[in-house]
Design a protein around this ligand. Structure first.
Ligand SMILES: Cc1cc2nc3c(=O)[nH]c(=O)nc-3n(C[C@H](O)[C@H](O)[C@H](O)COP(=O)(O)O)c2cc1C
Length: 183
């Protein structure tokens, strides 16, 4: 198992990252962990040239992210809920898939179809109350996985606002402790 964690928060050591690190502790001992903070690898603005001149070669950042994406067996989106969906860095990364899918030598679609997608998110809905704020994010992720024939391994939703608040979300923390173990 080779797990790529894509950190989408715009702040370091936030709630989503903390929850993801707890979840990572449930990975098999021989699993490879790789962590990429998307803000450390800023992709250029995505431009849709599908029906014009077509896409050129991948730039250096895109190449780094595409190589890491294609090398993993399990792709973990650790993305806080921003406006009910994924943060801009995560969305931009997904937009670039529309480029990578059209680079024949990457064989992107066929290789992605062999991978498992996992989602870890945190929203600021009240602890213990019904929570719907991440529903659009989860739908985006599930439909994206479905589009690329990827399996969805699991979904973990925490509730927290200020950094560290997630330590109070005992339900999410318990789920995190066996998140990958349940695979
Ligand atoms: C730009 C922005 C948008 C947000 N939108 C939502 C939202 O739609 N629903 C929600 O419950 N919380 C929302 N939040 C709160 C975050 O989800 C919450 O603070 C979370 O703990 C942040 O995760 P992080 O600590 O990993 O960055 C938003 C926060 C920011 C900064």
């Amino acid at each position: 198992m080779h797990c790529l964690f894509l950190l989408g928060s715009s702040r370091r050591d936030g709630n989503t990252e903390r929850l993801a690190r707890v979840a990572a502790s449930s990975l098999p001992a021989n699993a490879v962990h790789e962590w990429l903070r998307l803000d450390d690898h800023p992709l250029p603005e995505f431009v849709d040239v599908r029906h014009g001149e077509g896409f050129g070669p991948l730039g250096a950042t895109a190449r780094t992210l595409a190589d890491a994406t294609l090398a993993c067996t399990d792709l973990v989106f650790a993305a806080p809920t921003y406006w009910y969906t994924v943060p801009a860095s995560t969305k931009r990364y997904l937009d670039h898939w529309s480029h990578w899918m059209r680079v024949p030598e990457l064989d992107f679609k066929a290789r992605m179809a062999k991978k498992t997608l996992w989602v870890i998110t945190v929203n600021s809905d009240d602890l213990g109350a019904p929570s719907t704020s991440s529903d659009p994010l989860l739908a985006t992720m599930r439909m994206t996985a479905d589009y690329l024939s990827m399996k969805v391994g699991g979904v973990l939703v925490g509730h927290a606002n200020r950094p560290g608040d997630v330590e109070q979300d005992h339900v999410a923390l318990e789920q995190a402790k066996s998140f990958f173990g349940a695979k």
